[in-house]
Ligand binder design. Structure first.
Ligand code: PEP
Ligand code: MN
Length: 340
């Protein structure tokens, strides 16, 4: 249940409606938006007497919320959430945020070079995997701790915040130390223990990728796990889902961007690289994602895609990335967005 207060409601009226809800045994989340204050019940709202609440002074409307996610729900928080990155960049709101970098950190030279290039082109953050979830145990698994250190150095030298994937709760301390945005990969979207530990153990932004076969509701429930455990800084990332189609690596579900933005206040970005698996599709799908309302993109950029240790086929070069950024800049003004 959410209670929408009148814009004229006084602090005392808000407090008394909140206390009346709490008296029914629920916790109340107070969200002060640009227009109004919203009181959201967490827990068993069935005990709250709806008609009685409608009579409280200052109450505009009482709404029942059928969705199982609360903190992630737009009904509880009508304004878009804006997530702050170190250095002043943001994800969400009017400004588009483009995250770029290689699938995996390979060498100091590689990650530093790519960081410089994408920074010059206008990226908001640098990505690079150090712990890689590979389908085969015989494939390159990432440079692990060394990779984290290299990524951190490249981030510091270029001035870009860094984004990298966590695979295990045992790495949370190291990520807390080295990483600016912690990515939860598609394969771990329903690793509930990891989600809970990230929610309770850090306030760093969590980039939550959609699972390979996750419904939109399951994806939002995973965001809810992180938020319910204490970390509201969640960014969602659509990266394609499994369908019967095999031409592309996955099928980019752009309608999910609209669905999630309707249902949730959390920012949503799109990863066209993993969605399509083909470098030549990245530019057009990036533009489509921005046109569909995505708050940003995550794009794999490699200095030498044919020799990349991971995901070369879907990686674009720094030159291609620069050209893509020019097109996104032109598109941004058409769709009412800003970009640095
Ligand atoms: C990645 O970003 O490198 C990655 C492994 O992505 P996903 O979890 O979407 O497959
Ligand atoms: Mn990859």
């Amino acid at each position: 249940m959410v209670i929408i207060m009148k814009s004229s409601a006084s602090e005392a009226e808000i407090r008394s409606a909140k206390e009346a809800m709490e008296a029914s045994g629920v916790r109340v989340m107070v969200s002060k938006g640009s227009e109004t204050t919203i009181l959201g019940a967490e827990g068993n709202a069935a005990k709250i007497d709806r008609e009685k609440m409608e009579q409280y002074p200052g109450v505009e409307r009482v709404m029942l919320v059928s969705e199982p996610y609360k903190k992630a729900n737009r009904k509880y928080h009508p304004d878009d959430s804006i997530i702050n990155l170190p250095g002043g960049k943001t994800i969400g709101g009017k400004k588009l945020a483009i995250i770029a970098g290689p699938c995996s950190v390979e060498t100091d030279e590689q990650i530093t070079f790519v960081a410089d290039c994408v920074k010059k082109s206008g990226a908001a953050a640098l990505r690079g995997g150090a712990f890689k979830p590979r389908t085969s145990p015989y494939s390159f698994q990432g440079l692990e701790d060394k990779g984290l250190e290299m990524l951190r150095r490249a981030g510091d030298e270029s001035g870009l915040p860094i984004v990298t994937e966590i695979m295990d709760v045992e790495h949370i301390d190291a990520f807390e130390k080295y990483v600016d945005v912690i990515q939860v990969g598609a394969r771990n979207m329903q690793n509930f223990n990891l989600l809970k530990r990230l929610g309770a153990g850090t306030t760093k932004p969590i980039l939550l990728k959609r699972g390979l076969s996750a419904t939109i509701e399951e994806w939002l429930m995973s965001a809810e796990y992180i938020m319910a455990s204490g970390n509201n800084n969640v960014i969602l990332c659509e990266r394609g889902i499994r369908t019967f189609e095999t031409f592309t690596r996955n099928t980019l579900d752009l309608s999910a961007v609209l669905a999630v933005k309707q249902q949730s206040h959390l920012p949503v970005i799109v990863d066209p690289s993993h969605a399509c698996g083909k470098a030549w599709m990245v530019e057009k799908m990036s533009m489509a994602a921005i046109a569909a309302g995505a708050d940003g993109l995550m794009i794999e950029v490699h200095n030498d895609p044919p020799h990349a240790l991971c995901d070369g086929a879907q990686s674009i070069t720094p030159v291609q990335f620069d050209s893509l950024m020019g097109k996104i800049r032109a598109l941004a003004s058409v769709v009412g967005r800003d970009i640095d």
